[in-house]
Design a protein. Structure first.
Length: 216
């Protein structure tokens, strides 16, 4: 029992140490979180495009406000800009028509930054699918960990706790009730504490006067 509690204390200590180590580092949003935020903020702007719209000249490229997105994600504007720029370099594709397929374009009209919304939606779908597979794998791993812990507890109970309980129970004497009866339920078993008289079975002393004489 003491070994199990000691193992639990060590496990709690390790978990607390990991939590403190991760809390020291400032968390950065993932690519999935950044693209999710842009998708939710500018989806309505993308679908409301009409021919002759003065806000943008192309249906696929949507103007975005990096400062607003950075405030929503609680990170620095320059960090978000470089994240989008590096992600655009990693995902850039050649279309074979001379113009590459870019995710992010900086100052396309000299004033605003643009995002290729359909291409971003395609990348976002892939990231969501990978995240779903990762969560399912983590769920199975967590379930396996729970099963292993329960098996460990069961084994510890069977080989450590249960033998100690058996030894302690073997040291105790069981008292039989005085009013217990036979299985037929007719003859009571006398208790050791009751004084039951026992008839005297010793032979009587020989007295010749009391003996009858045989007839002659």
């Amino acid at each position: 029992m003491c070994s199990i509690s000691r193992m639990c204390n060590i496990l709690v200590f390790v978990l607390i140490s990991f939590e403190k180590a991760f809390s020291i580092m400032k968390r950065l949003p993932t690519d999935l979180e950044i693209l999710n935020k842009i998708y939710n903020l500018y989806y309505k702007t993308y679908i409301d495009f009409e021919i002759g719209d003065s806000t943008r000249n192309h249906i696929n490229f949507v103007p975005i406000d990096i400062a607003q997105i950075a405030r929503n994600l609680r990170i620095d504007v320059n960090i978000l800009f470089m994240r989008l720029y590096s992600l655009s370099l990693k995902t850039s594709r050649s279309t074979g028509e001379g113009s590459p397929l870019n995710l992010f374009i900086h100052k396309m009209d000299g004033e605003r930054d643009y995002i290729n919304f359909p291409y971003m939606a395609s990348l976002l779908a892939d990231l969501r699918y990978e995240n779903k597979k990762y969560r399912v794998a983590i769920g199975f791993s967590f379930f396996s960990l729970i099963v292993a812990i329960l098996s460990l507890i069961s084994s510890a109970y069977r080989f450590v706790i249960q033998p100690e309980t058996s030894r302690s129970s073997n040291g105790q004497t069981l008292s039989v009730p005085a009013t217990s009866q036979h299985q037929s339920g007719t003859t009571p078993i006398p208790s050791s504490s009751q004084n039951v008289p026992i008839p005297n079975q010793s032979p009587k002393p020989y007295n010749p006067e009391t003996q009858l004489q045989r007839p002659k």
